[in-house]
Design a protein. Sequence first.
Length: 363
Amino acid sequence: MVLAARVERVSSFASCTLREGRCRFDPAPPLPFVCVFVGVRVLYPRSMSGVVFSQVMDARQWRAAAAAHEVRAGRYADPFAQRRARHEVHPVEDFLFTYYTLKPGQFKRWHPGAGVILLDAPERASWRFYRPATEQELLEAGCTPEVARTQAEAASAVTVDVTDFVERRATALAFTHEILRNTAAKKGQFGCFGMHEWAMAYKSVENNIRHDYLELRLGAEGTDRVVESHRIRCSHFDAFRFFMPQAAPMNELQPTRETQRVLEQPACLHANMDVYKWAYKLLPLVDSTLVMDCFDLAWDARELDMRAAPYEIREWGYEPIPVETAEGKAEYVRIQRELSERSIGLRERLLEVCARYLPPLEA
């Protein structure tokens, strides 16, 4: 029997036939890829390399780590939850919880990452992408025979189920790897000066845009003049799609969802905020410390984004950066470069996880 198939490598496609259970590609696709057969989603190949268990944490250790994470995450999540309960909003600090999909409760939940075994944690065995550790795995991780046998028999030692995650999230894993790798390979472009936020407020009177709790710092006409007097070169689709219709044609680039993976570049504030998104989408394969490090970057990028925006935000505790001036542009680029430098190491850490667990191509 021969079935047609599509190879998904996000940007590359090749033809494939299935003969006697084995794939034959023409041309051979580069890694990574997912093979999707007509009517049946198949990860090719099904097998993957074994996970190396690098650490065993007893109950005291992992509960302390979980508590420390809850405190770190709670510094951001708890004030948001409190504001929401009071039906209040914050134009700067709510964004990472309203725009992105990770809920505050999920955000505060600690994960050790793949390759770590937690002892005496049976409650986690039912969590998504977790499973009980086997006696052999416990022994290989350095546990004594008695501890390994006791924990395995009680199914109280747990670990991230890497195989299940990779099989179910292979497409997301491959896409995340590609977009992070492509972005990391590019040279940062530091000439946008945050004009994407101004383009979103362009012709606000004509478009009947109301700013319920934020005033335009230069007024509507002043905002329009800034947009019209600047070069607009936004590479990030999820910013560009919010441009006012009169501003969209001014953008030198016309990003789309399909071109996102090739247009992202490491100076873009929103691309650097999205590093947080790519990190949490890999939970629990990645550890919560890495996710929080990415969140900290996103938090600081959001602050710069709004300080450089056309809005008056002093009453919210933030000093505007007047990017319509030479001094403001210099200050914007200085902070933008710092954020871009921080993003490099975070992308490298995420790429390391992706590369470690992407399914290899069978010879």
